[in-house]
Design a protein around this ligand. Structure first.
Ligand SMILES: Cc1ncc(COP(=O)(O)O)c(C=O)c1O
Length: 376
């Protein structure tokens, strides 16, 4: 398997030196202090040396159950919630449990997170891409979904809110996907790692909140983005007991359990983390507006939809430039790293992804450098 385009860009950036990166999709902020202190305390008290239960620490799962209940979702901490090594492992373990010789296919809505293709391959599956329609606000092409989902489908995978487009699926779109999955007895995996970053308020609809969908939907949530914890590798999935029974065996075989020190930090995130998330959200809104204002000043180069969520903007290159060639020139000539759109699926060339989750200084400096480059 090849390294992802994002990593390729990072490698090129490391070789050039003096690069401002809008490429990496990780928050530029540090993990909030109380979360770090909770981890340190647990370590010093000698609580982090051993494995936890494969499902995760009971105290953490009880907190997750309470959080889900507050969001209108009724899932049992003992049998229906699994703490995982990031969303990455939650999704890969789920896919590995679902993919079989009779059902090798995973339907992936694109553009979407570049690593999904790797997850599907690692699970032994075959990705079947279904396009989102750019001129309809990246809405799902339901006819294409109907044509793609069938008796050979193991799962349908969507990120909601989506990376790289920053859009959310409507309830009607997600309900239609659930209906198709029910019809063909496959699962809908909703990856909700950006659900805390709704930049216009409100919340993204999740089909896991409808109890009738519990046997069909596997919902994945990660602490990585909301709490600036990408390095801690902790997330969770939840679904009906029968589904979780299938997935937890793979999770056990892959990793035994999520890092225990990170589970302590995750408990602190759930009890003390909310004000920090609100602060990150406000910063992201400001930085999105700043980057979008810059794009507005360069309409002859870029067309884009203002993202409602997450921390990416995905402009189209108006002059139809090759996105890899554009990315390489921008990197070498201006010292700014972005990700070529073709990293995110087969219908996404001619775009680039810019991340506004980086520091305010980086975003400003990137805009200054791009201005100077475009003038040249
Ligand atoms: C849509 C999406 N899902 C999953 C991940 C990986 O999350 P985690 O760090 O929890 O493995 C990312 C990371 O960028 C992402 O953008």
């Amino acid at each position: 398997m090849k390294v992802s385009a994002i990593k390729q860009v990072e490698l090129m950036a490391a070789k050039r030196g003096d690069v401002v990166s809008l490429a990496q999709g990780i928050p530029a902020f540090d993990t909030p202090e109380p979360l770090k202190q909770a981890a340190i305390k647990a370590m010093l008290e000698g609580k982090t040396a051993a494995y936890s239960l494969t499902y995760g620490m009971p105290e953490l799962r009880k907190l997750i159950q309470a959080r889900l209940a507050a969001e209108g979702m009724d899932y049992d901490w003992e049998t229906e919630i699994v703490v995982t090594c990031g969303a990455t492992e939650a999704i890969t373990a789920s896919l590995r449990a679902l993919v079989s010789r009779e059902r090798p296919e995973v339907v992936v809505a694109v553009p979407s997170y570049a690593s999904y293709t790797g997850y599907v391959k690692a699970a032994g599956g075959v990705a079947h891409f279904v396009g989102l329609t750019e001129d309809q606000g990246w809405a799902l092409d339901l006819d294409a979904a109907r044509a793609a989902i069938g008796p050979r489908t193991a799962a349908v995978l969507v990120a909601n809110p989506n990376n790289p487009t920053g859009h959310c699926y409507s309830q009607a779109e997600l309900d239609a996907l659930v209906e198709l999955c029910e019809k063909y007895d496959c699962k809908l995996i909703t990856d909700e790692v950006y659900r805390d970053f709704m930049l216009e308020g409100g919340s993204a609809y999740t089909p896991a909140a409808d109890d009738r969908n519990r046997k069909t939907v596997i919902r994945v949530y990660s602490f990585s983005k909301a709490f600036c914890m990408t390095g801690w590798r902790v997330a969770f999935l939840h679904s009906d007991r029968g589904v979780v029974d299938q997935v937890v065996g793979v999770h056990d075989a892959f990793v035994t359990c999520a890092p225990v020190v990170s589970q302590y930090a995750a408990m602190s995130a759930l009890t003390e983390g909310e004000p920090y998330v609100a602060e990150f959200r406000a910063i992201l809104r400001r930085q999105r507006d700043e980057l979008c204002a810059w794009l507005d000043g360069h309409k002859r180069m870029f067309r884009y939809d203002k993202p409602a969520a997450a921390y990416f903007v995905f402009p189209r290159l108006v002059r139809d430039q090759d996105d890899w060639a554009f990315t390489e020139r921008l990197l070498h000539e201006a010292g700014v790293a972005v990700v070529p759109g073709s990293a995110f699926g087969p219908n996404t060339a001619g775009h680039v992804r810019m991340c506004f989750g980086r520091s305010a200084e980086d975003i400003r400096e990137a805009c200054v450098r791009m201005d100077a480059w475009l003038k040249r």
